[in-house]
Ligand binder design. Structure first.
Ligand code: NAD
Ligand code: UDP
Ligand code: UDP
Length: 323
């Protein structure tokens, strides 16, 4: 056990980011209660942890109350891919709003520190570039992305009101696009789409003209940032941007994926989804100063590891289909 082993609840723990966080905290010697309703997450993501006596997996939907005893809560539950969060938009808003109320109520009762996985989407389609935490954002309140964006904005409001009203120890991380192993092949997000398309020799689908930009952070860097934020003293609440400031166009991403996979697949252009932000890049000065954190994994290196993961997954799925 770690010297200061803690009981840690991770909601959305069987998802992409959550499963990496479970692994990191188990390896650090803590007790981890991984809670998930398996909407976009899966048991397979935490399979290797099930043997550990400090790890517990629980099926639960955070829109319902939860009574457990823990020291820290990482609130990650919420589908993150536009395809999935738009599939049942009312449930997406409930997860961010009712779910946050329940987790904040729990934190209040047991006096736990609580961290919210917020998002760069709170900035919407920004007029300020790069985005720093003082920017209030430009979000459409009634569009197809609003269930996610406004849900996350309301969750931030709740976190800060529980701080002001009940003096809770809160941490709000604004996570920018993150990628890596354990994204789902059919997740709909750009990195997983492009890699799966390249590996299976299907056309790479670029939405719009491919000139929109994003900045992608490798999962290990992001998880390191989240844990550092949780470990700060009570006065540090955030919001704090966590992401990689290296910005590039979706066209450049497509070319890099083609190059790294050696795929000869063609590129197809599809309509740009409604309210798709044109550009996005974090200003991470606050994370550098407060957490002494900055991402260290280069895009090509992170993509190579992610491609290896999808290669293995597609091969084992193909073998499974043959068997
Ligand atoms: P993910 O979809 O892989 O993980 C979300 C997990 O939450 C899944 O396991 C899902 O089954 C679970 N879940 C959803 N609704 C739930 C509910 N009501 N109760 C219990 N569990 C529920 O997505 P991810 O990329 O791992 O994202 C994790 C968190 O980080 C999300 O809150 C997301 O908004 C935030 N985030 C992620 C990114 C990114 O690029 N990956 C960027 C910004 C913010
Ligand atoms: N809650 C929970 N677990 C707890 C304590 C509270 O799920 O251990 C939920 C409960 O459903 C409540 C919500 O958190 O509705 C907010 O709790 P709070 O104490 O802030 O408000 P109240 O109970 O007064 O509504
Ligand atoms: N995108 C794309 N092709 C795809 C999937 C996404 O060109 O197959 C684009 C999408 O329109 C957006 C960017 O890639 O401009 C990032 O999309 P993603 O869904 O990964 O994240 P988000 O829009 O939430 O940043």
């Amino acid at each position: 056990m770690a010297r200061q082993a803690r009981r840690i609840l991770i909601t959305g723990g069987a998802g992409f980011l959550g499963s990496h966080l479970c692994e990191k905290l188990i390896n650090a010697g803590h007790e981890v209660l991984c809670l998930d309703n398996f909407y976009t997450g899966s048991k397979a993501n935490v399979r290797d942890l099930l043997e550990c006596h400090r790890f517990e997996l629980m099926r639960h939907d955070i829109t319902f109350p939860l009574y457990v005893e823990v020291d820290e809560i990482y609130n990650l539950a919420c589908p993150a891919s536009p395809v999935h969060y738009q599939h049942d938009p009312v449930q997406t808003t409930k997860t961010s709003v009712h779910g946050s109320i329940n987790m904040l109520g729990l934190a209040k009762r047991v006096n736990a520190k609580i961290l919210q996985a917020s998002t760069s989407e709170v900035y919407g389609d920004p007029e300020v570039h790069p985005q720093d935490e003082s920017y209030w954002g430009r979000v459409n309140p009634i569009g197809p992305r609003s269930c996610y964006d406004e849900g996350k904005r309301c969750a931030e409001t709740l976190f800060f009101d529980y701080r002001r009203q009940h003096n809770l120890s809160i941490k709000v991380a604004r996570i920018f696009n993150t990628y890596g192993p354990r994204m789902r092949p059919n997740d709909g997000r750009v990195v997983s789409n492009f890699i799966v398309q390249a590996l299976t020799n299907q056309p790479i689908t670029i939405y719009g003209d491919g000139m929109q930009t994003r900045s992608f952070c490798y999962v290990d860097d992001l998880i390191d940032g989240l844990v550092r934020l949780m470990e700060t003293s009570d006065e540090i609440t955030g919001p704090i941007n966590l992401g990689n400031p290296h910005e590039f166009t979706m066209m450049e991403l497509a070319e890099t994926v083609k190059d790294l996979t050696g795929s000869g697949c063609r590129i197809d252009f599809k309509p740009l989804p409604i309210d798709d932000p044109k550009q996005r890049q974090p200003n991470i000065s606050r994370a550098r100063d407060t957490l002494n954190w900055a991402p260290s994994v280069q895009l090509r290196h992170g993509l190579t590891k992610t491609i290896a993961y999808f290669n293995d997954l597609l091969r084992s799925n193909a073998l499974g289909a043959i068997a």
